[in-house]
Design a binder for this molecule. Structure first.
Ligand SMILES: *[C@@H]1O[C@H](CO)[C@@H](O)[C@H](O)[C@H]1NC(C)=O
Ligand SMILES: *[C@@H]1O[C@H](CO)[C@@H](O)[C@H](O)[C@H]1NC(C)=O
Ligand SMILES: CC(=O)N[C@H]1CO[C@H](CO)[C@@H](O)[C@@H]1O
Length: 501
């Protein structure tokens, strides 16, 4: 009996013992779980806080950059009494989202065309630029086909109408930034004329109908077939016959004579690109533009606004007969390599990197600048003293230190701010709709032993001297909710010019 009882007791002890062991193990697991949970909660919390810190930091960087840019912009004013004369052309722009006009799928293999004769060619060349997110402008030779596209665009919910053409956009921006008088070389209808502020004088002639330009806009990342553009951009098409012939040139030339501008701006010549025009006629028109430039007294600054050129002969003509008569050039990241290629190899470059490195842009700018600084100042030719290149991420300026161009740093700030104001469609910049894509530091050149510049948020515009010229680079607060890209370059170039005259 006693033995059995002992056995039972022992078993009981055993059980108690195993129970104790069991609960100890359970407690071990429990502590392990709670430590594990605590650790993961801590990690989540840290990650959250880090993320919040990072966002906060990013938004602080944006705010400080904006403050720095605004401070610099406000440090200079437009000289009172400044007068600007600017040509050529005008049109009615229809801005529309490309996917509300183009319903066909793109071809598998994009194909470049210099001008567009039908739908196949249109899809080929549009997709060619779309895949790179590169801006371009083409003439549509088939007016029936162009009419069909315009008809679709007019019905699109996103369609907006604005005054188009480089010169009118630049003229309006000059006035908006405080230039009191502008003479605009443009033919237009009386109804379009009413849309200009009074201090812009239109040269005429006045015509019955305005030409239409279609701006097909697309956002970054919008898939079309197999193509996803890396940046927002636009493709412009037109079937214009007045602007390519510079039909306002003669009246403009006559009126500039007594106008005495401080600055003459030549732009809109890309309308001649691949336009079917007799060579002799084209030469004639360009000769007349050159004569106008040559005739200007030395104290009148002359700026030539570059654009998208794909017609090699025309572009060569411009580089030989227009560029050497300007003191200043303005262009974007596509147009710079195009000019560079023409000057270096005598051919053109159709598309280039749409997000180029600062070093690459600066090197090309230096080469062009140094070369055009050697222009002999005879028969109205001028040495280049100012070069402005605008890209998505930054604005770059080269100015001759001995030239009359003033306030390069403030001009860089204003052009960078204008890039955001224009693409976001608002004069007040909201940093929640902006990002910086310029690197935190950049090399000043691809050449060996090139120095690095660090981006200083408190002083966001980097300027430095290189021999006889000054370089300034300003970051753009890139708009993340893009309203429009077309016309951006014109607005940015004018904004860069106004403080420098
Ligand atoms: C011009 O466009 C119309 C309409 O799209 C088309 O029917 C016609 O074939 C085109 N003409 C040429 C010469 O390609
Ligand atoms: C232009 O010429 C250069 C040098 O000959 C060549 O490397 C380049 O590929 C040419 N570009 C085009 C678009 O033909
Ligand atoms: C395309 C275009 O005109 N963009 C802007 C340029 O700046 C003017 C003001 O001068 C704005 O009204 C435009 O939206």
């Amino acid at each position: 009996m006693a033995g059995r009882n002992k056995k039972r007791r022992d078993r009981g002890n055993d059980r108690r013992f195993t129970n104790a062991k069991y609960s100890k193990r359970m407690m071990g697991i429990a502590t392990k779980i709670s430590i594990g949970t605590l650790v993961s909660i801590a990690i989540i919390l840290l990650a959250y806080m880090y993320n919040k810190y990072k966002l906060q930091h990013a938004s602080n960087v944006l705010e400080e950059t904006l403050t720095g840019l605004l401070r610099e912009e406000n440090s200079a004013k437009v000289s009172p009494g400044t007068k600007v004369a600017i040509g050529f052309g005008s049109c009615q722009d229809i801005i529309v989202q490309s996917n509300q006009v183009v319903f066909d799928r793109p071809p598998k293999y994009p194909e470049h065309h210099f001008s567009i004769a039908n739908k196949e060619e249109f899809l080929g060349v549009f997709s060619y630029f779309y895949q790179h997110g590169a801006a371009a402008e083409r003439f549509v030779s088939n007016s029936t086909f162009f009419g069909e596209l315009v008809h679709l665009a007019e019905k699109a919910p996103s369609a907006r109408y604005i005054i188009g053409g480089n010169a009118p956009v630049m003229a309006k921006r000059f006035v908006k930034e405080g230039v009191e008088q502008v003479l605009l070389g443009a033919q237009m209808s009386r109804s379009l004329e009413t849309q200009f502020p009074k201090n812009i004088k239109i040269s005429g002639p006045f015509v019955d109908e305005d030409d239409i330009h279609l701006l097909l806009e697309y956002p970054a990342g919008q898939r079309w077939g197999n193509f996803i553009p890396v940046r927002a951009n636009r493709f412009i098409i037109h079937n214009d016959h007045q602007n390519p012939e510079l039909s306002s040139l003669d009246t403009f030339v006559a009126q500039v004579e007594n106008y005495n501008p401080n600055l003459l701006v030549i732009g809109g010549l890309q309308m001649m690109d691949n336009f079917p025009m007799q060579e002799s006629k084209r030469r004639d028109r360009l000769q007349k533009v050159q004569n106008l430039m040559k005739k200007q007294p030395e104290n009148v600054r002359i700026h030539f606004e570059m654009a998208s050129f794909s017609d090699e002969d025309l572009f060569r003509d411009l580089v030989q007969n227009i560029v050497p008569y300007a003191d200043s050039l303005g262009m974007n990241e596509q147009e710079l390599p195009n000019l560079y290629h023409m000057m270096k190899y005598g051919n053109i470059s159709l598309v280039a990197e749409s997000r180029p490195r600062i070093a690459v842009i600066l090197d090309e700018m230096r080469d062009i600048f140094r070369f055009l600084q050697q222009t002999s100042e005879t028969e109205g030719r001028r040495r280049l003293t100012r070069l402005h290149v605008h890209t998505l991420a930054f604005q770059a300026f080269l100015t001759d230190k001995k030239s009359p161009w003033k306030n390069t740093k403030a001009a860089a700030a204003k052009s960078a701010l204008t890039a955001n104001r224009h693409t976001c469609g608002s004069d007040i910049i909201n940093t929640e709709k902006a990002k910086l894509i310029m690197d935190e530091s950049f090399t000043m050149s691809l050449r060996e032993n090139a120095e690095r510049k660090h981006f200083d948020v408190k002083n966001p515009i980097s300027c430095w001297d290189e021999g006889t010229y000054e370089v300034c680079v300003a970051p753009v607060l890139v708009c993340t909710e893009v309203l429009q890209t077309g016309g951006g370059g014109d607005n940015i170039s004018s904004a860069g010019l106004v403080l420098q005259i």
